[in-house]
Every structure is written in C-alpha cells, then in structure tokens.
Design a binder for this molecule. Structure first.
Ligand code: SAH
Length: 238
C-alpha cells in the first residue's frame, strides 16, 4: 500500500484544520475522502497520523490519532552556504540540499555575485524547501537565511565543528572532506566565484579550503556534489 499522503500544517492539534493550497491539493488533486488516513507534519520534526473527518468547501477537519517521530530526519548537522544563483538555480540547490539532509541553508551575496534576492524569491525558496521535505518524507523543513554580505554569511557558521570552503583557485585541499564529523558548515560560491580576500576572510574564521578537483564545476553542481560528499562522511546517505 502506498504511504499516506503528507501535509505540512502549522498548529497541529487533536482536531486540525487543513485549508488553502494544502486543502485544495488534498481534495481536488488527490481526491481524498472522509476516512482517508494522512500524515501531518509541522516542520519541527514530529509527525502525526490523522484521519479526515469532514470535508467542507474550503477546508477539511482532520482528527489526529498518533504522534510519531520521523526516522528519516537528518541526524548530522549540515549547514550549506551558497551564493545567490541566477534564474531558478538557487531553487534547484535548495531542493536537492533538502533531499540530501541539510539542516540549514544560507544564501548570500558576494563580490562577484550577480543574482539578487527579494521577498518573493525568498518565499519561493521556502516553499521549495517545504515541498522537497514532503516529497522525501522528512518531518523537518530546513531553515533558510539570506545574508546581504559574504562576511555575515561566514560569521553565521560560528560554532560548527568543521567548516569547509569550496575554493576554485586552490589545487590542494587544506582538509579532506572525509575527515568531517557530524557538524559541518560548507561554503560554495555563485557563478562568479570568489575573490582572494573573501577566501582569506573565511579562513580567518576557521574555514579550510577544499578543492573539488581539476574541473571547474557550475555553482549548482559544486553545491550539490560538495554537500553530497560531506553528508556521506557526516553519516547521512547511509
Ligand atoms: N567563475 C569562477 C568559477 C565559479 S564556480 C571561475 O571562472 O573560476 C562556482 C563555485 O563552485 C566556486 O566559487 C566554488 O565554490 C565551486 N567550485 C566549482 N568548481 C570547483 C572546484 N574545482 N574546486 C572547488 N570549488 C569549486
């Protein structure tokens, strides 16, 4: 039997109301009916089994029957910092990073970054993270941040045990990705890459430069590949 459909709702209680887009999806797309069992999650890590008890015109009522803890949530503490990318590339990175088990994503502006951020784009990124969490069966949605300067982004990684910086202009890694423990912050640049000063600033804050090999990867490829390898060594993807 297929797993119960998942819905992201704030404020889950014994009787939970589903409205808006999630209601529309449940009623008109999935054609769920009174009696259908679903899974509710609020993004904080817990999830609930619930049964639809009443379907109205613009909302439905669900009765929560069981609370559980998702076993699919990431255990490692992975933080991805990525330069704002052009077009919908940041969305792509947010979607893939969510599936790979990131806990936090910081999007930043830097010297050679030509993409911009606004409220609209930022809300879209949050929606992408929520959708991807639903799809990959996570019960937590990664937290998203935007930093209007590279320095703020770097400083936001304070406290992580390992801090790695994907640097396109070094030929030898200062630390092997395979040595990371379970608390890792990663920095990847935007299409324009980094300045030497930005690299030096990050090093001053404890980041170690890492090469991803001899080829220059596109920013989105670099972000996804870097996170995948780090996630593996941090204990995820196993
Ligand atoms: N415009 C730059 C390339 C930027 S690639 C140039 O022409 O050199 C975008 C980002 O992906 C980089 O800032 C870096 O963080 C990462 N990246 C791409 N290829 C890499 C590599 N071989 N090693 C380390 N990081 C890499």
């Amino acid at each position: 039997m297929a797993a119960p459909k998942r819905f992201l709702v704030k404020n889950i209680s014994e009787e939970t109301i589903l409205s808006g887009e999630e209601f529309n999806h449940a009623k008109n797309v999935l054609r769920l009916f009174e009696g259908s069992e679903v899974t509710l999650f609020d993004g904080s890590g817990a999830e609930y089994s619930a049964v639809i008890t009443k379907i109205g015109k613009s909302e439905m009522v669900l009765h929560t029957v069981r609370k559980g803890v998702s076993e699919r949530d990431p255990k490692a503490n992975l933080y991805l910092l990525v330069g704002a990318l052009k077009g919908d590339k940041t969305e792509l990175v947010v979607q893939k990073a969510t599936e790979l088990g990131v806990q936090k994503i910081g999007v930043f502006s830097s010297k050679y970054c030509s993409a911009y951020m606004n409220d609209n784009k930022f809300s879209r990124l949050n929606r992408v993270a929520a959708e991807a969490s639903k799809q990959c069966l996570r019960a937590t949605v990664p937290e998203l941040f935007y930093f209007d300067s590279f320095e703020k982004a770097v400083l936001s990684a304070e406290g992580y045990e390992d801090k790695l910086f994907a640097c396109e202009f070094i030929t030898e890694s200062e630390k092997e990705i395979s040595e990371v423990k379970s608390s890792v912050a990663l920095i990847v640049g935007s299409e324009g890459g980094f300045t030497k000063e930005e690299f030096e600033f990050a090093k001053g804050q404890g980041f170690k430069g890492v090469t991803l090999g001899k080829r220059i990867l596109r920013a989105e490829t670099a972000a996804i590949a870097f996170l995948s390898v780090a996630a593996y060594f941090a204990g995820e993807l196993k």
